[in-house]
Design a protein around this ligand. Structure first.
Ligand code: NAP
Length: 257
């Protein structure tokens, strides 16, 4: 069985399925985020760099905030202590919310000491502005550096992960450290959906290629955040919980043709 949500190292919970919102802007963004929440998505993934905080804010104000897990990310150029605090406060204003469920360092920036960035993140947790903190695009050596100086726990690493592009060693490291792993671009930006192995599996399981990729990520133990601008695909991408891929077929998908 795959999990519907994961417990983070700080005791909070993250839903295993979220809506990715990169490249969603304007009225399409508000429409899709609203429909997603109405359909049962409980987790929305955004970032300062996506330029859609205000659109998402106009949608979430009409729902019970406590039912939505909201993630945003601070840009790598803003990892100085003061910039993190300033950008987080601006993001909260844009999103029209008093807190983020999860705030991530979007990309590592080795020219700024991780201690300085984490000091700001720790304060944001202490002030209740972020419930959980995490990172994105961190390799094992970045994580090792961060774990050595963490006070509040680093709970999540969001990285590219799909059958054509994944780092099993990084996944194993995160799972050993109890850092929840989020798969971004889990559909390979739709470019892997015509792959022969994926299509054969889709036929075998009477599912779509997208569902095979998402289910493969879930069975690897990852949170998935597929993006779509289509209502039909929102529904399709949710239908990944009550069936499973055999361990033999998981191995076949591990190295698609
Ligand atoms: P993705 O989710 O792998 O793929 C999105 C593409 O797949 C879109 O072109 C979409 O087209 C299409 N698609 C969605 N569902 C489909 C379905 N059921 N059948 C066929 N095509 C489908 O790519 P992504 O947007 O790069 O990644 C997902 C999210 O991860 C992002 O939106 C963002 O929130 C996050 N992300 C994070 C980082 C980071 O650095 N942390 C980097 C990249 C992405 P339509 O819109 O036309 O449906």
């Amino acid at each position: 069985m795959v999990k519907l949500e994961y417990e983070l190292r700080d005791g909070n919970h993250i839903p295993a399925l979220g809506l990715g919102t990169w490249a969603l802007r304007g009225s399409r963004c508000t429409y899709i985020v609203k429909r997603a929440i109405e359909l049962g998505y409980k987790h929305i993934d955004t970032a300062d760099a996506y330029g859609n905080h205000e659109e998402i804010g106009t949608v979430i104000k009409d729902f019970d905030r406590s039912t939505i897990f909201l993630t945003s990310k601070v840009r790598p150029r803003s990892l100085r202590y003061r910039d993190v605090i300033k950008d987080c406060n601006r993001s909260l204003r844009e999103l029209g919310t008093s807190y983020l469920d999860l705030y991530l360092i979007h990309w590592p920036n080795e020219s700024i000491p991780i201690q300085e960035t984490l000091k700001a993140f720790n304060e944001l947790v202490d002030e209740g502005k972020i419930r959980s903190m995490g990172v994105s695009n961190f390799a094992v050596h970045h994580l090792n550096n961060a774990l050595q100086v963490e006070k509040q726990p680093i709970t999540n690493n969001q990285v590219k992960f799909h059958p054509y592009d994944y780092d099993q060693e990084l996944l194993d490291f995160c799972q050993k450290q109890n850092i929840v792993f989020t798969a971004y671009s889990p559909l390979g930006r739709a470019r892997i959906l015509h792959n022969q192995t994926i299509q054969e599996m889709a036929k075998k399981y009477n599912r779509t290629s997208a569902q095979i990729c998402l289910r493969w990520c879930l069975q690897k133990g990852a949170v998935v955040i597929p993006k779509t601008s289509s209502e039909e695909r929102l529904k399709e991408n949710m239908d990944i919980f009550d069936w499973k891929i055999t361990s033999e077929d998981m191995k076949t998908i591990d190295s698609p043709n």
